[in-house]
Design a protein around this ligand. Structure first.
Ligand code: SF4
Length: 304
């Protein structure tokens, strides 16, 4: 760490105390951001932390829908997204208007939306889910038919674990789909004793070759418990930093160096300091949308 980094970190910590702020970071964030965060986790864990914090300001080091989820759960807190450009291309693959159209075509379906979606889309949905609890959420529903948005691959994986009729929105994560089955097959030949863990946003052909299908939070728990010393990791590359940090005796092999989400790399230490100084960019969901979206998020948190 350079002298400038140490100075920067001190300034962030000082300002964080003055503002009574908490820094939440997703598992895909840069290592330097994970190191300075009060809590690092997956979408579900971060939503739960946001809901229970007594800080007045939440600096959300992640992407826009995550900051929106925090705003939905904590309307009295100031939620800051250090880089306003940090969006999620998958979340942008469904709009509230298009979802309303599809709902008219499927009047009996319960709408389950992956947390990777805008507040407007959540407001149009019956219940939310994350990759950690999608199966549990879908199984908790009374209806036989489910419209799952926006990730077709998480939806497909969930459909293999439940007996619901699932209609899948054709969205996907452009970075998880870069992980190819050939990557897993080649690494399994190179590391015959390794366990392969993959995220459910991966293609079904990749999931078919995995030993475990896990959310990023699930990957952290698996890595701690497993006796395997070599682990092939099929998710966004930022995950490797945390896994290596927490398990120095184990080897983590990225399934693909191509699985990099540029939005997740926009938040650097300088941006966090700037966000705390300027109190920007504030993410605030309009009240009418927030109240409807909160119903879907709260239902998920009760199931999770
Ligand atoms: S990794 Fe994929 S799903 Fe996650 S924020 Fe980036 S684009 Fe969205």
């Amino acid at each position: 760490m350079t002298f400038q980094d140490t100075e920067l970190i001190e300034k962030i910590l000082q300002l964080k105390r003055q503002r009574n702020a908490v820094i939440l970071a997703h598992n895909y964030q840069l290592g330097e951001v994970q190191d300075i965060a009060d809590f690092v986790g997956d979408s579900l864990e971060l939503s739960q932390k946001a809901a229970e914090t007594d800080a007045e300001v939440i600096v959300f080091c992640g992407v826009r829908f995550m900051a929106e989820t925090a705003s939905i759960l904590c309307p009295d807190k100031v939620v800051l997204l250090p880089d306003i450009q940090a969006g999620c291309p998958m979340a942008d693959m469904v709009t509230a208007e298009k979802l309303r159209q599809r709902k008219r075509e499927l009047p009996d379906a319960t709408v389950v939306c992956y947390v990777n979606s805008s507040a407007e889309v959540k407001a149009e949905s019956d219940i939310c889910c994350t990759s950690a609890n999608a199966v549990k959420v879908v199984e908790s529903l009374k209806s036989k038919e489910v419209l799952f948005v926006p990730d077709q691959y998480l939806g497909h994986y969930t459909s293999t674990k439940t007996n619901k009729k699932m209609v899948l929105w054709p969205g996907f994560c452009p970075f998880h789909v870069r992980i190819q089955p050939e990557d897993i097959a080649r690494l399994k030949r190179e590391y015959p004793r390794a366990k392969a863990i993959v995220h459910p946003e991966c293609r079904p052909e990749v999931i078919a070759l995995a030993d475990e299908v896990l959310s990023t939070g699930g990957m952290c728990r698996f890595a701690r418990k497993t006796e395997a010393e070599e682990i092939i990791v099929g998710t966004e590359i930022g995950m490797i930093y945390r896994l290596r940090k927490e398990n120095p005796g184990k080897q983590f092999i990225p399934a693909s160096e191509q699985a990099i989400c540029p939005s997740m790399k926009l938040t650097a230490l300088e941006r966090i300091l700037w966000a705390l100084k300027e109190m920007a960019f504030e993410v605030k969901v309009p009240e009418a949308i927030r109240l409807r979206a909160k119903v879907a998020v709260d239902k998920m948190l009760r199931v999770a």
